[in-house]
Design a protein around this ligand. Structure first.
Ligand code: AMP
Length: 187
């Protein structure tokens, strides 16, 4: 009997706001739809706000399983979604990030603010010290993350990080490029 293929889970970190450029909303929806089309599960912050809500609604509409993780105190502010395949309510932000991470095979970072940066740097620094080898992708919609990439180049040039830090993540320009990269990484 053929072995069933394991369900692959994509953790998406992104803004709890939609941002001002509608192109980012379009990309968020396209990502949700692509996750469903590939037969993957969405792991996310369980909120129905901003780009996070856009990814989740698109993924649900297209039939993807959804795994949301949110701390109790954000259930109101981030409009915690109850209509998910699985909803985990954590005590704090640390536990939220940990539960999202351990239930994922790859991490994707869409445009976002300080929270998304925190989430990106946590998984990047964990990779840097050898705690995991899960692939991390910056979805560089409209070049949104170019200043972040330039900052990392600056940090390397100033001798505060080894150049290998750039090898722990991949910047991709759009959802088709991301999907191709994920397919290869997860096969
Ligand atoms: P933002 O990119 O600032 O819109 O935040 C994106 C998501 O990150 C939101 O769901 C925030 O609740 C979450 N977030 C903000 N700070 C943290 C943190 N320290 N740890 C985990 N998640 C956070």
């Amino acid at each position: 009997m053929p072995m069933a293929r394991a369900l692959r889970s994509i953790c998406v970190f992104c803004g709890a706001r939609p941002g001002l450029n509608p192109a980012h909303v379009t990309v968020a929806r396209a990502l949700g739809t692509a996750i469903a089309a590939e037969g993957w599960r969405l792991v996310f912050g369980a909120g129905d706000v901003g780009l996070m809500g856009e990814v989740a609604r698109a993924a649900q509409t297209a039939g993807a399983p959804t795994f949301g993780v949110i701390p109790t105190h954000l259930m109101g502010a981030e409009r915690g979604k109850h209509d998910l395949s699985q909803l985990v309510i954590t005590e704090d932000m640390h536990e939220r990030k940990k539960v999202m991470f351990i239930n994922s095979d790859a991490i994707v970072v869409l445009p976002g603010g300080a929270g998304s940066l925190d989430e990106f740097f946590e998984v990047l620094t964990w990779a840097q010290i050898g705690l995991h080898r899960k692939p991390i992708y910056l979805l560089n919609s409209e070049g949104y993350w170019n200043p972040l990439i330039a900052l990392l180049d600056h940090i390397v040039a100033e001798g505060f990080a080894d150049p290998s830090v750039k090898g722990f993540f991949t910047a991709v320009p759009d959802v088709p490029a991301l999907t191709n990269a994920l397919r290869t990484a997860l096969s």
